[in-house]
Design a protein around this ligand. Structure first.
Ligand SMILES: [Zn+2]
Length: 458
């Protein structure tokens, strides 16, 4: 447990760890990511019932909640939980299996292994380990695309992480032989999705190169009926664009548009290769882009036009992609990489511009950008009264971070996921003093080693 401050005012609820009791978190800085990018120095947040009840200067918040225990986080910055807008959590079991090759060769190596080893039990165990990794890095919410979605969600629930997943609509996945069976499975997954704040049904048509246009139109209708998020890979590589154009007469963005899928609630994973018209179309449609710089760089897919998308008003979140390609679930690392990449490389590989993607804008992408992509920004993405208490404490009082002239700069450019000490999801304290509290990190590591041995990998 973290030390509770010596001036803590306590009453009968002192020491309560349930997520219903009111508690005050007092930190060196509170980085709200609200509309004005408010940062409180010596700030505090009161939480109770899983939500944020109050925030502001610490003295004021403590005075307004005189009976609540105060948890001191000196030298820490308190930030909204990071939102991973594109990942395949269960793929942690394939980490390191297919490095140093492009997307086509990567898929050729990984897909046969997946079809051989995947089971509901494996996905549950692997996703639980992925949730331990994610939470330890301050990622409280993920949009996941993987097989056996209810089992993956159950694994994430064990660790206390919010994972939104849906049926992967891809003929050729494990256990399902026809499109009609896939749609029936999609209904089962959506029906099993818990209702409530911070949750939405999800459909995952894999891509326009694996799902036919009439089927994509069916997905669009289903999404409208169920108010579901649609999570789809799009325009990840130049060869994907060329192949889809040759087959369907449109590139992926055009195929999705014709199917009625370019709309708010659709999340386009990658969107690396957009021409000017496609960029304007995506930005104007309300569909979001999940930018995955680590995966795009490692697979040599190209550089997404993120500064231009943002300038055009597009909703852009950040993703890690699966750990088989990126090779981790470190969203803060992806955020730093995004900032450096887009400063260093201009459009079309041209000259860079150090003013591109300033730190606050990138931190916003990692939090509010993801929340908006999922249509969950009323409940997630910033530290504001009434939102769910998804909070991350990052220790900035370390030699590789000090001195702190600006907590946003320190968080993005100097701190890392190893500096995350405490995480709350809906007020539940799921990482305490750097350790996940519901599933021990040693158990997650042992599970992954055991799965790799059982499946003959590694
Ligand atoms: Zn992906």
């Amino acid at each position: 447990m973290l030390p509770v401050g010596g001036d803590a005012v306590t009453d009968g609820s002192a020491g309560a760890t349930g997520h219903g009791a009111v508690e005050v978190l007092r930190a060196g800085w509170v980085l709200t990511v609200d509309a004005s990018d408010t940062v409180w120095s010596d700030g505090a947040v009161a939480l109770g019932g899983g939500r944020i009840l109050d925030l502001g200067p610490a003295a004021d918040v403590v005075a307004r909640h005189p009976t609540a225990p105060v948890r001191h986080l000196p030298g820490h910055v308190l930030v909204p939980g990071f939102v991973n807008a594109h990942t395949h959590l269960g793929m942690v079991v394939l980490r390191g299996l297919a490095d140093d090759r492009d997307l086509a060769d990567f898929l050729a190596a990984v897909v046969p292994v997946e079809s051989r080893i995947l089971s509901a039990d494996l996905v549950r165990t692997a996703t639980r380990a992925a949730a331990v990794e994610s939470l330890s890095a301050g990622v409280t919410t993920a949009l996941d695309m993987y097989y056996f979605a209810p089992d993956g969600r159950a694994g994430a629930d064990e660790a206390g992480m919010r994972v939104l997943g849906g049926a992967v609509l891809f003929e050729g996945g494990p256990g399902i032989d026809s499109w009609d069976e896939l749609l029936a499975w999609a209904d089962v997954v959506m029906a099993s999705t818990p209702a409530g704040p911070g949750r939405r049904a999800v459909l995952c048509p894999h891509s326009t190169y694996t799902v036919e246009p009439p089927q994509l139109a069916e997905v669009a209708a289903l999404a409208r009926d169920h108010d579901a998020v649609v999570h789809v890979h799009a325009a990840e590589t130049a060869s994907e664009n060329a192949d889809v154009l040759a087959r369907h007469g449109h590139r992926p963005v055009g195929v999705l548009d014709a199917a009625g899928l370019l709309r708010p609630g659709t999340v386009l994973a990658h969107a690396v290769h957009l021409d000017d018209d496609e960029l304007a179309l995506v930005a104007g449609s309300g569909a979001a882009v999940a930018h995955c710089p680590a995966s795009n760089m490692k697979l040599a897919s190209g550089v997404a036009r993120v500064p231009e998308l943002l300038a055009a008003g597009a909703v852009v979140g950040l993703g890690t992609d699966g750990a088989a390609s990126s090779n981790d679930l470190d969203l803060l690392g992806a955020a730093r990489l995004a900032a450096l990449l887009h400063k260093g490389v201009g459009p079309g590989g041209g000259p860079g511009d150090a003013t591109r993607l300033p730190a606050a804008q990138v931190v916003r992408m990692a939090t509010m950008g993801g929340a908006r992509a999922l249509g969950l920004d009323r409940d997630l993405g910033s530290i504001e009264v009434g939102k769910l208490a998804d909070l991350v404490a990052v220790d900035l009082d370390r030699p590789h971070v000090q001195p702190v002239h600006d907590p946003v700069s320190a968080l993005l450019y100097a701190a890392g996921r190893g500096d995350v000490t405490d995480v709350w999801v809906e007020g539940r304290h799921v990482v305490a003093s750097g350790r996940t509290s519901l599933v021990e990190p040693e158990r997650a590591s042992a599970d992954l080693r055991r799965l790799a041995e059982r499946t003959g990998i590694g």
